[in-house]
Each structure stands twice: as structure tokens, then as C-alpha cells.
Ligand binder design. Structure first.
Ligand code: CA
Length: 231
């Protein structure tokens, strides 16, 4: 069954190409142009991903986000905003969104983010033909990791680190973000514990025959890289 994506955007010029692109990716896409319509829509059926504009004509996007979460909506929420300067503040306040994108954004970037969100929320089926059979698979709810049929036994912290890296596959995740999200400390302290965890995670992945690699990007952070594919 196709994943359902709800686009909440009042500007047609932005909404149309977005909807078209996502439909071409095979998603079941619906579009609403006000916050109230988004809340109404999601009260009667769910969505795997909501792409939520902040600048809506009626209810502020953040308010929509808050209401959706408090009503128990469990799908992924990606906030898009032209108020790029506000992103840091918005992220810090934690309204329950899963990802943020500032306008203008490229459609390829959006596609990649939606895919990552679906992966992170475990909504991707194993039949995803984009993935080789031995690909790393993560069951977020059960907190279990598999490669093919084999489970990779990870500790809580190792799982958390891998989950973040996997959600941003092929992108660098900063040390600061990993420290803040996994250890809930500020990153001015020692990051030795992070390095130790990464080291163990690497060993376990390699030992299980996982082909993805955790690559260190000097002075910045880490990136989960898929092996080069031979098409
Ligand atoms: Ca808008």
C-alpha cells in the first residue's frame, strides 16, 4: 500500500510541483491549504508524513503541529518555512516535528527527506526496491536492527546513534547533534564516549556483515554511507 503524504501549504505555486513530485514517487498525496483543513483531515484518517508550511492563512503551522501531536497523531511531520531565521528557535522549542526544511528547497532534497522520515518511523516496507536484500533495516518501535534476516544486537546508545545516522543516511550528522540527542549533554564536554560508542557500533555492523559504513568526517561528525552500487 502506498504511503500517504498530506501537504499543508497555502501557496498553489509551491504546493503543485510538490504534490506532483511526491505522486511521481508513488505516494498517495493529498493537499490542503489551511491549518484547520489539515487538522480535520487527520482527525478522520492518518498519514505517514505531513509536510507542514508554517505560514498558513488561518492557524500558525506550529500550532497545527502541536494540536496534531496532542491529539495523538503519530506520523512524521516535516515543517517547511520561508522564515529560515526562525528554524533554530522552532527546533529548540520542540513542537513535535521530525524534520525541518527552509524554503526555497529543491524537490530532490524534499524527496530524500521524506524517504528518510519514512525510514525513521519504520513505515518503509521491506519490499522497498530501492534497497538491496542485505540492507540495514531498523524497527524503531521495537528498537531492533536487522541485516537481511539477521538481527544485530546493539546497546541502547548504539541503537540511538545508528537510528540518527540512518535517518540522515549519506549526510553528515554533527558530533554536537549526536551528543545532544543521544546523551542529552552539551557537546562542549568530552565526546570520547561518543567515539567509543561509534567504535563499538562499527565493529558490530561489520561483524554482522552490514555493508553500510559509519564514516568519520574530520572535525564535523559522522555519516552512514551505503557501499558503491554496481548498477
Ligand atoms: Ca505559506
Amino acid at each position: 500500500m502506498a504511503h500517504r503524504v498530506l501537504v499543508v501549504e497555502d501557496e498553489e505555486d509551491i504546493a503543485f510541483p510538490l504534490v506532483r513530485t511526491l505522486e511521481r514517487e508513488g505516494y498517495d498525496v493529498d493537499w490542503v491549504d489551511t491549518g484547520q483543513r489539515a487538522i480535520d483531515d487527520l482527525s478522520s484518517r492518518t498519514a505517514d508524513v505531513v509536510i507542514l508550511d508554517l505560514g498558513l492563512p488561518d492557524v500558525d503551522g506550529l500550532e497545527v503541529c502541536k494540536q496534531l501531536r496532542s491529539s495523538g497523531f503519530e506520523g512524521a511531520i516535516m515543517i517547511v518555512t520561508a522564515r529560515a531565521g526562525e528554524l533554530d528557535r522552532v527546533v529548540g522549542l520542540d513542537y513535535g516535528a521530525d524534520d525541518y526544511l527552509s524554503k526555497p528547497f529543491g524537490l530532490a532534497e524534499l524527496q530524500a527527506r521524506v524517504r528518510a522520515l519514512l525510514r525513521r518511523t519504520g513505515a518503509f516496507s521491506t519490499a522497498d526496491d530501492d534497497q538491496p536484500e542485505d540492507a540495514l533495516r531498523i524497527d524503531v518501535e521495537a528498537r531492533r536492527v536487522f541485516t537481511g534476516e539477521t538481527e544485530v544486537g546493539l546497546t541502547g546508545k548504539e541503537f540511538d546513534v545508528l537510528n540518527i545516522l540512518l535517518a540522515s543516511r549519506d549526510k553528515v550528522v554533527s558530533r554536537g547533534r549526536l551528543m545532544a540527542e543521544v546523551w542529552d549533554e552539551n557537546w562542549y564536554g568530552s565526546t570520547k564516549t561518543l567515539d567509543v560508542t561509534i567504535g563499538r557500533l562499527r565493529q558490530k555492523l561489520e561483524g554482522a556483515g552490514v555493508t553500510e559504513r559509519v564514516v568519520a568526517v574530520r572535525g564535523v561528525g559522522f555519516r552512514l554511507e551505503a557501499p558503491a552500487r554496481h548498477a
